[in-house]
Design a protein around this ligand. Structure first.
Ligand SMILES: O=P(O)(O)OC[C@H]1O[C@H](OP(=O)(O)OP(=O)(O)O)[C@H](O)[C@@H]1O
Ligand code: HPA
Length: 333
């Protein structure tokens, strides 16, 4: 079964967009959309004062961010407004101590990202304006990894397995997936070398003997399928009890050879992506989200500003016909 999730799942179609009372609210909603943080606009009013059993004062925070169970009230630098809002927030906290609320100044928008697993956005000297678009937020990745872990745990009930990760893009996905699986498991790694003339070869082989074992091959991304096809043939010769594949990302449009990927995290459009283990010339693996970078970033790298090289590879990848603003699908085997 494959469930499709619109790329704009946390965004709203124009017709569904609320009428914002203030331009700053529309700007904040656009900021949240960019980082794929789910939001609701003014979903709840909190009574603050009563007289003769009637509500005489209430407070409706501007936004609710369900992923963090957090209300946000935006504020300006205007002192009279700030004082009034501080008073309302204080009162709300007294009356509803379990409600999380922050009063947010425009200059502090980016600070809120750390609550959503973004860490510091310029973690590798990457500025927000160098990101073309965020494809998958940390919360979306973690939710899907947890689902995959559950599904795999169910499918391997009563068994133990060997997770085989293909270095190096697998670094974070394998670490998270392994902890989401509740079956006993061993972890091993393969590393490949690629040579234009010689093709793909094993640079670092497994330490474990997988004969008679249930093997789950874990990949960060499948494009043409050529890498996976090669690895599957090598591993099958070792006669495991079973051999299945789990890939976080599937660029299905690029497939040249058919490969059986039983567990798919997300089917993504044909764009070059970085983050959460995926690199461009070894950079950006430590971004906690997955994004498409602006072309100028690759060009800067290609000129040797960051890590050297010609930058042609990713520029070529990035230049391939892409389905920008199409959708990300959540798939399962
Ligand atoms: O389906 P294919 O077209 O064969 O492409 C998929 C391969 O590309 C990526 O590796 P990459 O060369 O980026 O190495 P890395 O994991 O070390 O970053 C990925 O980890 C796969 O191994
Ligand atoms: O989109 C990608 N990003 C990073 N590394 C990759 N290796 C294959 N595809 C990709």
């Amino acid at each position: 079964m494959t469930a499709a999730v619109q790329q704009s799942s946390v965004r709203r179609a124009d017709a569904q967009r609320p009428r914002f009372a203030h331009p700053a609210e529309a700007e904040f909603a656009a900021f949240l959309d960019f980082y794929r943080i789910a939001w609701e606009y003014e979903p709840r009013s909190f009574p603050l004062r009563w007289q003769d059993g009637r509500i005489v004062e209430q407070f409706t925070p501007d936004f609710y961010l369900p992923e963090q169970d957090l209300y946000v009230e935006l504020t300006t630098m205007k002192q009279s407004l700030v004082t009034r809002k501080h008073r309302k927030v204080r009162r709300l906290r007294e009356l509803y101590p379990h409600v999380n609320i922050v009063l947010l100044y425009r200059k502090d928008y980016h600070e809120i990202l750390s609550r959503f697993g973004y860490g510091s956005v310029d973690i590798t000297s990457l500025r927000p304006d160098q990101i073309e678009r965020v494809l998958l937020s940390p919360a979306e990745i973690q939710r899907r990894v947890a689902e995959l872990g559950q599904q795999i745990s169910t499918d391997y009930a009563g068994e133990s397995l060997v997770l085989v990760g293909v270095l190096k893009g697998i670094t974070f996905f394998l670490a998270d997936l392994a902890r989401a699986i509740t079956r006993p498991l061993a972890i091993d790694y393969l590393q490949l070398s690629r040579d234009l003339r010689e093709g793909v070869a094993i640079r670092k082989d497994l330490d474990l003997d997988i004969r008679g074992k249930h093997v789950l091959l874990v990949e960060d991304i499948v494009n043409t399928g050529l890498t996976l096809d090669f690895i599957m043939r090598v591993l099958r010769e070792r006669e495991p009890a079973s051999l299945e594949v789990c890939a976080l990302l599937d660029k299905a449009e690029r497939r040249l050879v058919s490969v059986p990927v039983k567990y798919v995290g997300f089917t993504i459009p044909n764009e070059f992506v970085v983050g959460y283990g995926l690199d461009y010339r070894e950079l950006y693996r430590n971004l906690p989200f997955i994004c498409v970078l602006k072309r100028e970033v690759y060009e800067a790298n290609g000129n040797g500003h960051l890590i050297g090289g010609t930058g042609q590879e990713a520029a070529a990848e990035a230049a391939e016909p892409s389905l920008v603003a199409t959708r990300v699908e959540v798939g399962s085997g």
